[in-house]
Design a protein around this ligand. Sequence first.
Ligand code: GAP
Length: 543
Amino acid sequence: MPASSLETIVSLCKRRGLVFPSSSVYGGLGSTWDYGPLGVELKNNVKRAWWRAVVHERDDMEGLDAAILMNRLVWKYSGHEATFSDPMTDCRACKARPRADHVFAAQKGRDPKGLVEINAAIAAKDLACPKCGSKDLTEARPFNLMFRTSVGPVDTGDESGLVYLRPETAQGIFVNFGNVLDTMRRKLPFGIAQVGKAFRNEITPGNFTFRTREFEQMEIEYFVRPGEDEAAHEMWIAERKKWYLDLGMRADNLRVREQEKHELAHYAKRCVDLEYLFPMGWSELEGIANRTDFDLKAHSRSPENPDAVGELHYFDPEQKKHYVPYVIEPSAGADRATLAFLCDAYADSLVKEPPAADTAKLRELVESFARSVGRREGMDADVKQRLQAAAEAIAAGLPATLPTLIGLMDDADANKIEVMKKVRGVGEKIAEEHTRTVLHLHPRLAPLTVAVFPLKRNEPRLVELARGIKGDLQRAGLRAVYDDTGAIGKLYRRQDEIGTPWCITVDFQSLEDKTVTLRDRDSMQQERAPLGEIGPTLLARLR
Ligand code: GAP
């Protein structure tokens, strides 16, 4: 069963060292997350797989790592100072500050055409505060999403030291177009790829790592002759979709969506989103835009831009003329891609029936939870309805619905109900023994590639051989770990939960004939394999 809620993924990530709430010793900082020991491996693998596919495996791409802090003028001429903002309105009654375009879309059933239309609706008292229902809303104003800081030891207060934390990595690529072109002797078409942090003071961050204020982007700017842009756009849409599918993402969970005209950013002629079916619904994973010659022109010296030192153009040796290339931009989020791969890989299932008496006790508790939700005052009606419906369906379907109960036990709203403590007390123990949670991650993405166990940890010869195998695999280039902290069955389950594709068990036969048990995560098949073959076999499967 795939993850039915983000809570299930959040809980697994916290429990197994993938992602932790940031600064938790001080109560956290809303919507900021730290990648733990296994999470950093997973996210690094996502970024590595992207770099390999878009830089190393292509002949028409170069890499770049530009600074986060750039001259403020970059953001003036890119248009971000003037236009990178969300429209906000204030409710005079309850002091809430919702996004005015979201209020418009929710209440009118369509996106607004612009600030003017939003403000006309506010003035006509056509829009109501989503929190308290009052129609006493202020005129919507743009709220710039760029984080500001200042360079130099003294903040003069006159903005002379003002710099921004970059809200996209793309501009670092545009302003380096000439440097890369000249030093790498490139001809069109060619592209520049970059992975790096970006920062946006998002009004409504949320959904775990889906929307945060600090995140990482994996961006490509692919420069082409004007007129060849549309074909290049199609090429990149196909390439980027294939990348996710090649890394095991289920085709049913990935779709291509054409942005409508009014959704397009100020620089885009066309934009296509790759969307993933996250537990909260279809949402953007990556945008692939045709930015035309907007950015290179914007950063070139002209009457509109007297501050630029030169022109960012290209001399075409075949056409024997200078022109400004068009650019196709596949722009992905490393955190969003990591989250999508996690959601896609997650599966839990019932592996054996619990005793009937345990099931009956658990059913009683879940029914009691459903009744408590019904009686609860002050809880949002939607949340109440969702929890009650989930609990009733789980109670009716036990024990088959045990995996769904794991999701409910992780649900933050469900845990506001006192009875949930009792449900967890009984349910967690039964789930631990009778369900299996697996991350079916592509082996190239999995945080660990192979785990090696000795059948007995108090048998020095087994321990020595197992440690030696771990060292050999590590030296062969595989991410390998040694573990002897539990019975073999338990160790397999722990590795399944973090997505380790292979486990090796060293037993007494290994001492005799130099073979080990190689266990596959997905099929749970175990085969006897000669020691010398394991490294090459696993390396071949990783390719
Ligand atoms: N240079 C174009 C650009 O930045 P975007 O659609 O704003 O376009 C591209 O961002 C990608 O960056 C998104 O598809 C998403 O994967 C990621 N992204 C954007 N804002 C994000 C946020 N607040 N948190 C996490 N990822 C984000």
